[in-house]
Design a protein around this ligand. Structure first.
Ligand code: C2E
Ligand code: MG
Ligand code: MG
Length: 565
């Protein structure tokens, strides 16, 4: 470029080029609105008609004319034939090609060609820089597997929202997909990911900035959204039919357990919002009868309590602070006590603490196994005492966490506790919830067979809310099937789908020689329907809440419920 002989127009072009380089180098966003304005200005001055940026993933893609992206960054519709081509090979084998067309019948001077060259080089540098920044941002702020925001980004958004005067219009939620490990096994990783992605998209459809949904990891997600979207949010949580492929029938219903924190004018601590919403999610996950829990002060206190449990577990168990309550199981044939379930309670500082406050904490480690054996020991001691008193105890079922399935000596240990108290094996049964993975399923099967050999019956707890239900009861010799409260609550009219399901579950259980018991029965209407369908065994507040030992002893003494017809 001969700077001594440039005319007025050329010096203007030079000036504009410098301005362009200066301003372009400040752009950091991929879709900056400023970028096209700057390109338009300079392109017009240079009498250019069209600029396209084509990207190829490899040399062979370029040869085959198979671009991975083509972006038209300028076109005034007057493009001629002549083109200037700028090409750059990048380190990752990809190629960027910038094609610049001048206006028809315009022949670029040497000076103009040099300017176009500098212009293209700069365009390339700016685009590469933006691409790099974008990649860095994505690495931190996006979940690559699903292509949605990551937790790191969410933390930023929550902080930003908390700083605005509108903060109290928002809620933060965490949600864990219901039994998603089954879906992974059933569909395979790729389609399960697609299902998760589509489910997350359903939330995104509801939201506008700054509302977002993000993935925490695994099958746990989070969302920040305006409270006016709460109803729609909760509907999605309770279940949404999702497609995971294009084929017929490639769809399934996904639901989740959610914990929600409602931001108030006084909320100023991001960690508090996150911890509280997560804690509410844990509570929702544990409580099989609800799909979502709102964080409140009560839950906060309980959880603080729960945190202390982990630390103080050894001490509390040695102090015998845990004890059993017995919830009667009643046969509708004569309204007679026919069994009981032992439910754990914790007496802490003179107050009775419910399992929802401590079992989820203990279930995170094998402490739960220690507690379950403690409970079994407790129950066997009580039964031995009742036998000694000359009472006629009923069979008591004890809940066992699935964590025991990894213990090869589980059955041996269980038998040794029962035998230590000389309790007849037929007076103890073991409740397990359905398993969520195939590995668990195989282990559970082995355990139940071994228990059966020792004359100890097994109960499928909370039947009907998992996925493996049918193969589970077909292959594993459970003695009793417990219909979950979730279904019992939904007994409405005879034609409702739930009622039809319950009727068939009862029939199936009986055909398979299993006993059937309905859990969480609270009303005489429910009793009526269950009785009609042949489910004769009932556990629920309708007859009794979980009773302390002395109250339950009275039921053993007088096992017929006279007040209820
Ligand atoms: P679960 O084994 O399904 O026990 C039934 C739960 O439903 C009990 O809650 C019982 O009080 C409640 N329930 C029974 N009838 C009704 C009713 O008519 N209405 C309502 N609203 N609720 C009813 P609880 O005692 O709070 O126990 C909750 C869960 O804690 C249990 O669910 C069980 O999964 C777990 N759990 C309790 N004790 C133990 C234990 O010793 N070991 C283990 N591993 N888990 C335990
Ligand atoms: Mg149970
Ligand atoms: Mg249950």
């Amino acid at each position: 470029m001969d700077l001594d002989h440039i005319d007025e127009r050329e010096s203007r072009v030079l000036y504009e080029l410098i301005q362009f380089i200066k301003k372009e180098s400040q752009i950091t966003e991929v879709d900056s609105p400023e970028d096209p304005v700057l390109v338009n200005e300079l392109a017009g001055l240079l009498r250019l008609a069209k600029i396209t940026v084509t990207e190829y993933a490899s040399l062979s893609d370029e040869k085959l004319e198979n671009p991975s992206a083509v972006t038209e960054i300028y076109d005034n519709g007057k493009a001629g034939e002549e083109a200037y081509i700028f090409k750059e090979h990048l380190n990752d084998n990809s190629i960027v090609k910038i094609m610049v067309y001048s206006e028809k019948d315009v022949v670029l001077s040497d000076f103009e060609r040099e300017i176009v060259e500098i212009f293209c080089t700069n365009l390339f540098i700016v685009k590469s820089r933006i691409r790099l920044i974008d990649r860095l941002i994505r690495a931190v702020y996006y979940d690559h597997q699903l292509g949605i925001y990551s937790f790191a980004y969410a933390e930023k958004v929550i902080s930003q929202v908390l700083q605005t005067s509108e903060a109290s219009k928002y809620a933060v939620a965490f949600f864990n997909l219901f039994r998603f490990s089954n879906v992974n096994e059933l569909l395979g990783r790729r389609r399960a990911d697609e299902a998760m992605r589509s489910y997350a998209r359903e939330f995104e459809k509801l939201f506008t900035e700054p509302e977002i949904v993000w993935r925490v990891g695994g099958d746990t997600f989070g969302a920040i959204f305006r409270k006016e979207h709460m109803d729609a949010f909760l509907q999605l949580i309770q279940g949404k039919r999702i497609r995971y492929g294009r084929g017929a029938g490639e769809e399934l219903v996904i639901s989740a357990a959610a914990g929600i924190y409602l931001i108030t004018d006084n909320t100023d601590n991001r960690s508090l919002v996150i911890d509280s919403a997560m804690a509410a999610m844990t509570s929702a996950k544990f409580n099989r009868h609800v799909r979502y829990v709102f964080f409140d002060e009560g839950l906060g206190k309980e959880l603080e309590h729960a945190r202390k449990i982990e630390a103080g577990f050894e001490k509390t168990i040695n102090n015998h602070e845990y004890f059993a309550k017995y919830q009667p199981k009643v046969s509708l044939d004569g309204n007679r006590l026919m069994g009981a379930e032992a439910l754990c309670r914790w007496e802490s500082d003179g107050k009775e603490v419910q399992p929802v406050s401590f079992i989820p904490v203990l279930e995170k480690s094998i402490r739960i196994c220690q507690l379950d054996f403690y409970m079994l020991d407790h129950v066997c001691r009580d039964i031995a005492e009742w036998i000694k008193e000359g009472l006629d105890p009923v069979k008591v079922s004890v809940n066992f966490s699935r964590k025991h399935l990894s213990n090869e000596h589980f059955v041996e240990q269980l038998i040794s506790v029962i035998d230590k108290h000389s309790v007849p094996h037929e007076l103890i049964s073991v409740e397990f919830t359905e398993t969520s993975s195939d590995e668990d399923f195989q282990k559970l099967k082995k355990v139940i067979f071994a228990l059966k050999e020792k004359n100890i019956e097994a109960v499928v707890d909370d039947f009907g809310i998992g996925y493996s239900s049918l193969s589970l009861i077909a292959q594993v010799p459970f003695k009793e099937l417990k219909i979950d409260k979730f279904f019992v609550d939904k007994i409405t009219d005879e034609k409702s789908k739930n009622t039809i399901m319950i009727r068939n579950i009862i029939n199936m259980a009986h055909d398979m020689n299993m006993m059937c018991i309905a859990e969480g029965v609270e009303t005489s209407d429910q009793i009526e329907v269950l009785r009609r369908y042949g489910c004769k065994n009932i556990q629920g507040y309708y007859f009794d809440k979980p009773l302390d030992k002395a109250e339950f002893r009275k039921r053993l003494v007088d096992p017929v419920y006279k007040t209820k017809e």
